[in-house]
Design a protein around this ligand. Structure first.
Ligand SMILES: [Zn+2]
Length: 400
């Protein structure tokens, strides 16, 4: 079997293991055969160029909605969550199935081009089952439920159960998941309980906006008004105290909870996650966060707390790209002192651990985690400006 060798100034093997001038040897089937330091002279002898940048495992996209690629560019930024929900509600357009499927296929192609080898995917219907049963990506699908009161929750549960069955019948790894703090009634949480207890992982949009915190803490604000006043719905979602008792319950069961966004976490909420949800992962989606809320998570505070941070692209409805590198570039722009290898760890090992994608995220000999070369012309300034990703051994995509 042919083995290819790639050398770079930095090889991110795994947490705490960064080689300066290293070579990665990879077999045709994507298996990592060897990872070792290399000198300039050895490289010259072997006819290898030590490229300026990083070699790392394939990227893990820890939060996306691949079914929504057809919403590319339809919504306007700003105005926070209530405005975004209003735009979705106001659209009232039924797109045809071909258009949806073509956009979804293009989205997956982008994943492959962007060096993504695995993704955690929110699904409200089974339209992506066709792709998932034929894919070479690793994926976990979260069938998302929302229903802000008893009646809506019970309807959602019925529909969701059917969608989950469709995925499972297609052989897709799929679990039920709650949508967000403000959209899931106590009744719906209870209906989902047996499923959440049985599954190893779930995802929750959490502390995405200041409006959500207002909703949780005061049962007030723009999201509350939208549901209650404008849409005339009884609002039976939990307040912060009940929400945290619930998360503590699943935290004590060591569930891998993906807490998505966390832009508006208060210090007390962060402390709660740290102490009560040991296997939680914070998954900001930087481009989407700028689009919806106009700001980013407080990465300094998250890092200081020592919680696991991964990264997601979210969907093209709220994010201009499906590029994980782009998400890291956004963080790098606002937080230029975070080391580049730490950012790359969020996109590789942390994502794999958070999503329970075993065998991915690290350049371990014998594993097939994908291999990316990140060209970083300004790495010596700690900058990802003009960085590009080149997938070298990502045998991912589709086998149609
Ligand atoms: Zn999302």
């Amino acid at each position: 079997m042919e083995v290819k060798h790639y050398a770079a100034q930095n090889v991110l093997v795994k947490r705490g293991e960064l080689l300066r001038n290293g070579v990665v040897s990879v077999a045709e089937d994507g298996t990592i055969v060897n990872v070792a330091p290399i000198t300039e002279e050895e490289a010259r002898r072997q006819g290898l160029e030590i490229r300026e940048g990083y070699l790392c495992a394939g990227f893990v996209n820890a939060h996306t909605h691949s079914e929504l690629s057809f919403l590319d560019g339809l919504f306007l930024p700003g105005g926070s969550m209530a405005a975004f929900l209003r735009q979705i509600d106001a659209m009232r357009v039924q797109f045809d199935a071909d258009l949806i499927r073509t956009a979804q296929a293009k989205g997956y192609e982008t994943f492959a081009k962007e060096g993504i080898v695995a993704y955690a995917d929110i699904s409200n219907d089974a339209s992506t089952a066709f792709f998932k049963k034929n894919e070479l990506f690793r994926s976990v699908t979260f069938v998302e439920m929302f229903g802000v009161n008893r009646t809506l929750g019970e309807e959602a549960y019925k529909v969701g159960t059917q969608v989950l069955r469709e995925f499972q019948e297609a052989g897709v790894t799929a679990y039920m998941t709650p949508h967000a703090t403000y959209s899931v009634s106590g009744r719906l949480w209870e209906l989902m309980r047996p499923q959440l207890e049985a599954s190893p992982i779930f995802s929750l949009h959490y502390a995405e906006t200041a409006q959500e915190i207002d909703f949780l803490e005061n049962r007030a604000g723009a999201i509350y008004d939208l549901f209650h006043r404008d849409w005339g719905r009884d609002v039976e979602a939990y307040g912060l105290k009940d929400m945290e008792s619930l998360l503590a319950y699943y935290g004590a069961l060591h569930k891998h909870i993906l807490l998505v966004h966390c832009v508006s976490l208060t210090p007390a909420m962060l402390e709660f996650i740290k102490t009560s949800c040991p296997e939680a992962t914070i998954v900001p989606c930087p481009e989407s966060n700028l689009f919806i809320e106009g700001r980013l998570a407080d990465y300094d505070r998250l890092r200081a707390a020592g919680v696991r941070i991964a990264v997601g692209t979210d969907s093209l409805s709220s994010s201009p790209s499906l590029s994980i590198l782009k998400q890291l570039q956004v963080v790098n722009t606002y937080y230029p002192t975070i080391p580049l290898d730490e950012l790359l760890l969020w996109a590789t090992q942390n994502g794999a651990e958070g999503c329970k994608f075993e065998g991915l995220g690290c350049l371990e000999v014998g594993s097939r985690p994908g291999l990316n070369f990140i060209k970083t012309p300004y790495a010596n300034k700690g900058s990802l400006a003009k960085a590009t990703v080149e997938p070298l051994a990502n045998l991912r995509g589709f086998c149609l």
